[in-house]
Design a protein around this ligand. Structure first.
Ligand code: IMP
Ligand code: MG
Length: 175
């Protein structure tokens, strides 16, 4: 595979600013309330790691791993939970933490599955909101950066499992 052409889109400083802003919003909204943050693996691992370190609310962390069938860059909407939560969420205040919402199909499925378990509240937090490509009516409650179309990598986001380790976010322009 030849290396794609990458264009810097969001620097680590820009990302950090947005992560801190979201953390402040969550800390305000869940002042004296324990919140359960559900990281969606693998893409959100860096985001949730940075996020939890600046949220001041009492919190616990759990993870889910989803498998969505489709091509590398296009989701089919058929979503399977490959690794489920380890904690029960009934009666709890829960926030799903995603790296990016694109068509919204993955998140919609997860949202409804978790809703069936009777949480007290269920919100959605995403670092990136790719609004232009939304196919379902799903609105994240906490959004870091809104962008139009384009495939991005870095800061947890991958292209064929690679580039998750890049500290900044890049737009894939080629080859
Ligand atoms: P959706 O179901 O179309 O919203 O797809 C969401 C999932 O597709 C995300 O959680 C990512 O794993 C992946 N994805 C969507 N857009 C991008 C991107 O630009 N870069 C890397 N992964 C992406
Ligand atoms: Mg993801």
């Amino acid at each position: 595979m030849s290396d794609p052409i990458l264009k810097l889109l969001y620097s680590r400083e820009q990302i950090a600013t947005q992560v801190h802003r979201i953390a402040a919003e969550i800390s305000h909204d869940y002042r004296d309330q324990e919140v359960l943050l559900v990281g969606v693996l693998k893409g959100s691992f860096l985001f949730i790691a940075d996020l939890v370190r600046s949220v001041t609310s009492p919190l616990v962390v759990d993870f889910v791993r989803l498998a969505s069938y489709g091509s590398e860059t296009q989701s089919s909407g058929i979503v399977e939970i490959r690794k489920d939560l380890e904690m029960p969420i009934r009666g709890r205040d829960v926030i799903i933490v995603e790296d990016i919402v694109d068509s919204g199909l993955t998140l919609e499925t997860l949202y409804h599955r978790l809703m069936q378990r009777g949480p007290r509240s269920l919100k959605i937090c995403t670092l990136i909101d790719k609004k232009a490509r939304r196919e379902v009516a799903i609105e994240p409650d906490y959004v870091g950066i809104t962008m139009d179309d384009g495939f991005i990598i870095g800061y947890g986001l991958d292209f064929d499992e690679r580039y998750r380790n890049l500290p900044d976010i890049y737009l894939v322009e080629g080859p």
